[in-house]
Design a protein around this ligand. Structure first.
Ligand code: GSH
Length: 210
């Protein structure tokens, strides 16, 4: 099994899960700044020209949530409750909420402070974030209220919903995300950081895509 990745939040979910589940994989880093996502060989795997991508024999899969579900099925992990429809819809609810609401709100903060610094292509521009606090705080309240009295988002245990929703917000302090008034949300983010694979998901060694 091969996982193509760059040092960014969507691959982070997948890399953390592979490590957490103890699955064997070859990790292939794609050179984002060198145009690796647009290289014909990579584009043939992932026509979105994004990472992550999983290749497992004949199976080629993109979208981190789908890849995470695949990995759980492969490992027999209930972090994706493949055999429990009532639980599955709980997880789906958060995966969908993340992609359609949370990511667009949290993404600009993550992009300005983390993506630009990681790939060193521009300076943080705080003016791009003016006025974006309001929507982010509206959604942060949804999370914070839900997490009152709960350790995890769904099913009363760690699931792929936690990795999906936490991936950009993990960097909330350095990204200056306005979460100070949301103690359940920040406690959950800190709780996840106690999971070794979540705290350090990046492969220690691996290949670079040709
Ligand atoms: N919805 C996709 C998002 C994929 C995505 O946007 N990946 C980003 C990294 S977080 C990427 O490849 N960005 C490079 C680019 O857009 O050039 C998923 O969850 O896998």
């Amino acid at each position: 099994m091969q996982i193509y990745w760059i040092k960014a939040q969507a691959p982070r979910r997948v890399l953390a899960l592979v490590k957490h589940l103890g699955l064997a994989a070859d990790f292939i880093e794609v050179d984002l700044m060198g145009g690796g996502l647009k290289a014909p060989a990579y584009a043939a795997l992932n026509p979105n020209l994004k990472a992550p991508t999983l290749v497992d024999g004949d199976m080629v899969l993109w979208e981190s949530s789908a890849i995470m579900a695949y990995l759980c099925i492969k490992a027999g992990s209930d972090m994706w409750p493949a055999h429990n429809p009532a639980e599955q819809v709980q997880v789906l609810q958060w995966l969908s909420w993340c992609d359609h609401h949370w990511s667009p709100a949290v993404g600009p903060f993550y992009f300005e402070h983390v993506v630009k610094a990681t790939f060193r292509f521009a300076e943080t521009d705080r003016s791009a974030l003016v006025g974006k606090d309001k929507e982010l705080q509206k959604l942060a309240k949804v999370l914070d209220d839900h997490l009152a009295g709960r350790d995890y988002l769904a099913c009363g245990r760690l699931t792929i919903a936690d990795f999906q929703v936490a991936s950009m917000a993990n960097y909330w302090r350095e990204s200056e995300m306005p979460f100070d008034g949301f103690p359940n949300l920040t406690a959950w983010l800190e709780r996840l950081k106690q999971i070794p694979a979540w705290a350090d998901p990046w492969p220690a060694d691996g290949q670079v895509a040709a």
